[in-house]
Design a protein around this ligand. Sequence first.
Ligand SMILES: Cc1cc2nc3c(=O)[nH]c(=O)nc-3n(C[C@H](O)[C@H](O)[C@H](O)COP(=O)(O)OP(=O)(O)OC[C@H]3O[C@@H](n4cnc5c(N)ncnc54)[C@H](O)[C@@H]3O)c2cc1C
Length: 354
Amino acid sequence: MTKKKVLIIGAGILGASLAWHLSREGAQVSVVTANPPGAVATANSWAWINASWGNPEAYFRFRLESMNRWKRLAQEVPGLGFNPCGSLTYDLDEPALRRFVAEHARWGYPVRLVEPDEIARLEPGLVTPPPLSAFAEAEGVVEPVQATHALLADAGVQVLVAEVHGVSVRNGRVAGIMTGEGFVAADEVIVAAGAQSARLMATAGVEIKLETPGGVLVHTDILPPVLSRLVVSPRIHMRQTAEGRIVGGTDFGGSPIEAGPDRIAEEMMALIRQMVRGAQNAQMHRYSVGYRPTPGDGLPIIGRPAHVAGLYLAVMHSGVTNAPAVGAFVAEEILTGERDALLAPFGLERFSAG
Ligand SMILES: Cc1cc2nc3c(=O)[nH]c(=O)nc-3n(C[C@H](O)[C@H](O)[C@H](O)COP(=O)(O)OP(=O)(O)OC[C@H]3O[C@@H](n4cnc5c(N)ncnc54)[C@H](O)[C@@H]3O)c2cc1C
């Protein structure tokens, strides 16, 4: 039997997970990317894997599924850089924090309220534990660029570095893509091009709405191990990488970058020095500015347009959290025609005029 030829535009964390899952299920996969793997939003991500942020319940269920799949992937793919370190979250006022924990615990999420003594035991690196925090022990982090490379390497797929100019459609069906190097034929094309996805879909006559709020992350120099959890405080969220750098961010919806990323980064460095035991002398290694590919209603778009057969779109914020579930469910849909029930709220029809 001939293998289905699937071409993925994009080699961020989503393109890499799609490539891994599709090739494992027997597709003939190739990836075309304008930038080196993992280099765009994925490289500038805080990479928190969680089901506790931005949630209607259906999205919570999808994210939880993906969290569980990260654990399984970490056993199957060497060198993924996955760390299920748990998180302390206290960026809400007390009534909101209590509501959040009660609701998510009711949904079956392993999250509970913790007070200063326990917070200090869970995260000795905090100079001043907050009066109350949520502790979500199943949350974690992955080093996103490392994971992208690991998935692509383990999939053994061909990665072509080239700019895609457009998707070619003939008689209502995808024929392939146009690149600077010529036309490449494919049975199926998946657009996983992050913030560029709307522009590429438009070349196939499909309109979607994407916003791209920016975010600044600061990276310290390499420190001895001082933070063992993800810490989400009101003014900064922080984690320490395996390499030893603390990575801090200001907010999850978009930083006021117009105010100057240098100033935002310096303010975050001051907070890290003040809040983390053992980081008093930390220096800034660098800061990054990234743009979150965010559909208009904040939820992922994972699906096919109504009028172009063979075309598929996967674009979202929280792509690091969602990558394993997106990879698995999209592979299943493309190869068997079955659409997992968890994908129901994320169809493209809600934005598509095409
Ligand atoms: C500051 C910040 C913090 C974040 N924090 C988190 C977090 O804690 N947890 C979480 O889950 N998510 C987080 N995110 C979001 C997450 O990083 C993104 O959702 C995810 O990285 C998107 O991955 P992607 O593969 O879709 O896109 P990208 O990583 O942007 O990859 C897009 C790919 O498409 C390619 N491409 C684009 N246009 C073309 C073209 N014309 N031709 C060929 N190739 C093309 C690019 O070269 C690239 O390879 C954060 C994002 C930012 C910016």
